[in-house]
Design a protein around this ligand. Structure first.
Ligand SMILES: Cc1ncc(COP(=O)(O)O)c(C=O)c1O
Length: 445
């Protein structure tokens, strides 16, 4: 496949631009291999150093990745808009799509009544001078975070969790720096690190969160930031336990060289207590998105942290995007204040829990050790992802291969329970048992 797209150019800039054009046009697809450095250099009549420089530039921008004997390949989701409609493999028509990692649309609180109420109240829209975090939203967020043990004196608002994480990393790190992330972990985060030219160091994760030896090893390897998912870890469903939080706090105490980021995206859906690490290091941030309980399209997260860290994020935003629309901020505040919405979110959390636990139990009954303590996903360790994904697809279920989530972790598939009904669990578990030969328990290497 690699040879089909003809790379041209006599300088490193021209070669990398040509590869980028190929990716943009869809001629170079995610996973496609680029030619070996020496082979391309010989073909183009340039020195190997010129090609190596082009590949390095593409790597630093997250378009390609180099992995030992696998050579240099186009990353799964390079940060270039392509003319293809989607880079993720589409679920086969006629199959049930359990691969999306999205909340259940049937359980998101309706926005219509709140939008209508807002429309009646808004009056003249605010301008640049009104740009800020709404004090009422900040106060409500502070109360909600304080109730969970997160000190939130300093707070700002971002366009979702990943936007907050991007701003934090950009404010503290430089290209080439290493970031410790859970492995397996959130695919979008791995894509973001690649796009920022940061190096991901995988930290093994079990049901109680990132393991202490894994974090210790990442620190020893020079990680400048550590990103921990508090609850509903994607893809394993892990949640940081009280014991693990205590262990990690001890490990991190006084690390002034490390930025600690917590991602509590499950928020009101979590159904397990939060055990925050906030404040364990001098530089820290705690990000809570509204995407999962209230809807991803709201694009809003609150970000608390130490004074310097929050000031960097808020100050950088001010000279760039500016602020998160106060219309959105008011809408989120209205949702938070509405008791009927709180009931809906509680009901949604229970529903996810029933379906997730039901699926883990149904799989266990068929000899498959799956993971899913919290959240909307179940992670099933498998010996071979392609075999498992294909067999399940043939049985009518599209699940996500874990390859997008993994650095060095053992293979698995991710099943999102959002579009499952309880009646589906038995048939799905039967299909999974047929598709997957029992794998050893645990999902870390
Ligand atoms: C680990 C994790 N964090 C955060 C989010 C939500 O991100 P955002 O607020 O950018 O929508 C997700 C969504 O899938 C997630 O899996």
């Amino acid at each position: 496949m690699a040879a089909r797209y003809q790379i041209s150019g006599s300088s490193s800039a021209a070669i990398s631009a040509c590869v980028e054009t190929g990716i943009r046009a869809g001629d170079l697809a995610p996973g496609d291999a680029l030619p070996a450095v020496r082979a391309l250099a010989a073909e183009l009549g340039v020195s190997p150093a010129t090609v190596a420089k082009a590949y390095q530039e593409l790597r630093q921008r997250g378009l390609v990745a180099t992995a030992g004997r696998h050579g240099t390949r186009v990353r799964p989701r390079p940060p270039v808009a392509t003319r293809r409609s989607a880079l993720m493999p589409r679920p086969l028509p006629g199959t049930r799509n359990l691969s999306a990692g999205e909340p259940d649309g049937r359980l998101l609180p309706p926005l219509g009544p709140h939008l209508a109420e807002l429309a009646a109240q808004l009056g003249v829209p605010g301008g640049y001078a009104a740009a800020a975090v709404l004090p009422e939203l900040a106060a409500a967020a502070r109360d909600r975070l304080a109730a969970d043990g997160v000190p939130a004196d300093e707070i700002t608002v971002t366009g979702g969790a990943l936007d907050g994480i991007e701003r934090l990393l950009a404010a503290h790190l430089r290209p080439g720096d290493a970031v410790a992330v859970e492995d397996p972990g959130w695919a979008n985060l791995l894509d973001l690190l690649a796009a920022l030219g940061l190096r991901a160091i995988g930290v093994p994760v079990d049901d109680e969160g990132p393991t202490a030896p894994g974090v210790r090893a990442a620190l020893a390897a020079g990680a400048r930031a550590l990103i921990v998912t508090s609850r509903a870890q994607n893809p394993t469903g892990a949640a940081v336990s009280a014991d693990r939080a205590a262990e990690l706090r001890t490990l991190l105490a006084g690390r002034s060289d490390l930025l600690l980021i917590e991602d509590d995206h499950a928020a009101e859906l979590a159904r397990v207590p939060l055990h925050p690490l906030a404040g364990a290091t001098p530089a820290w941030a705690f990000v809570r998105s509204v995407s999962k309980p209230y809807g991803p399209d709201l694009r809003l997260a609150v970000l608390a942290g130490d004074e310097a860290t929050v000031a960097r994020v808020a100050g950088r935003a001010r000279v760039g995007a500016g602020w998160v629309s106060t219309v959105l901020q008011r809408l989120v505040l209205a949702l938070w204040r509405d008791p009927a919405t709180a009931d809906l979110v509680r009901g949604a959390a229970e529903s996810y829990e029933r379906r997730r636990d039901g699926l883990v139990d149904a799989l266990a009954a068929r000899g498959l050790a799956a993971h899913g303590r919290t959240g909307i996903n179940v992670w099933v360790p498998v010996p071979d992802e392609t075999v498992a994904v294909t067999a399940l697809r043939d049985a009518g279920w599209s699940v996500a291969p874990g390859a997008l989530n993994r650095i060095a972790a053992a293979p698995g598939v991710r099943i999102t329970v959002s579009s499952l009904d309880e009646a589906d669990l038995g048939p799905l578990a039967d299909a999974a048992a047929r598709a997957v030969r029992p794998a050893p328990a645990g999902f870390t290497t």
